[in-house]
Ligand binder design. Structure first.
Ligand SMILES: CC(C)(COP(=O)(O)OP(=O)(O)OC[C@H]1O[C@@H](n2cnc3c(N)ncnc32)[C@H](O)[C@@H]1OP(=O)(O)O)[C@@H](O)C(=O)NCCC(=O)NCCS
Length: 281
């Protein structure tokens, strides 16, 4: 079967989209479960454009998979591509990526990018065959902290807005999609803030049922090189002992030292960020 029908994702509701994603990502390298609410959050945070995203169907209307595309200006991102188990390995992935690139070309995009788990051989090969090149490796970190909560002098919890005001102007322009300023601004209201009294260092994080996640952090240029990031991370996790992680979306060259100094270890999963540019017309 090489014919696929592309039904715009605007034509189905979010529960159906979550169900299609769950089938497309069945037996994925890491267990993943989409819900109507998590898909809704992902659309907002990552700038997914439902009009450029599709549910894939066979010519007889049978559901086959799903492809989500996010857009920011003239750059788009292949945010998800998942085929149902019985439709994998039949070159339908080629068909879908061709469609994504054709759409991007028709929109006048300058580039399309994506992230893929480094050990997902079929997906990496598929993207390479379509001209995507690895731009960098993205890694995650984790740490477990036992004990009772403690507040360290000079550091305080704050509203997410207060943290965002410190962090947003300090974020470099070339961060991976999911931790770029646009994503962080969009998810900040759902997060908690943490900062020092001088307002020279801040973090945005979530903490639920013993699990913490740091989503963004920054130190002002004048305050760098003095171990402030490690101190902040230590102070933050001390307030809420538990299992802390940073998802595998951080360039391996960034923050390595601060996290290692604070006792964090790298997660086993890493991702490749890949990019395909389009020749100017
Ligand atoms: C990844 C996925 C989209 C690929 O689509 P597909 O239709 O199964 O792949 P194709 O049949 O088009 O083959 C793509 C390439 O991978 C190769 N390939 C397929 N399965 C493979 C495997 N298990 N190991 C190594 N290579 C494999 C194919 O040979 C082909 O390469 P080639 O053109 O050089 O021969 C699909 O398998 C899938 O939905 N997987 C689950 C979700 C997922 O991992 N999504 C990607 C997230 S970034």
């Amino acid at each position: 079967m090489s014919d696929l029908r592309y039904k715009p994702a605007t034509r189905i509701d979010l529960s159906e989209l979550a169900a299609a994603l769950n089938k497309g990502y069945e037996d994925y390298l890491i267990p993943i479960a989409f819900t109507k609410d998590s898909v809704d959050r992902m659309i907002g945070a990552d700038g997914i454009d439902l009009a450029s995203s599709y549910v894939l169907e066979s010519s007889s209307g049978e559901p086959v998979g799903v492809m989500l595309v996010a857009r920011r200006g003239q750059v788009s991102r292949l945010a998800a591509l998942g085929l149902q188990k019985n439709f994998r390995g039949k070159r339908l992935g080629h068909n879908a990526v061709t469609r994504a690139l054709t759409d991007a070309g028709a929109r006048g995009d300058r580039a399309m990018q994506l992230e893929v788990i480094a050990t997902n051989t079929a997906a990496v090969r598929l993207y390479e065959n379509h001209g995507f090149k690895v731009t960098r490796r993205l890694v995650g970190y984790q740490i477990e902290l036992a004990g009772t909560p403690a507040v360290r002098t000079g550091w305080h919890s704050c509203a997410p807005d207060a943290s965002l005001d410190i962090i947003a102007p300090l974020l470099p322009g070339d961060l991976p999609w999911q931790i770029a300023r646009e994503s962080i601004v969009s998810i900040a209201p759902l997060l908690c803030g943490f900062a020092n009294a001088a307002g020279t260092a801040a973090a945005l994080f979530s903490f639920n049922e013993g699990k913490g996640r740091i989503m963004s952090m920054a130190v002002a240029p004048d305050a760098r090189g003095k171990g402030l990031a490690s101190e902040m991370i230590g102070a933050l996790i001390a307030t809420r002992p538990g299992h802390w992680s940073i998802p595998a979306v951080v360039p391996e060259t960034l923050g390595n030292g601060a996290l290692a100094n604070a006792g964090w270890r790298r997660s086993a999963i890493s991702q490749f960020e890949m990019r395909r540019t389009f020749a100017p017309t």
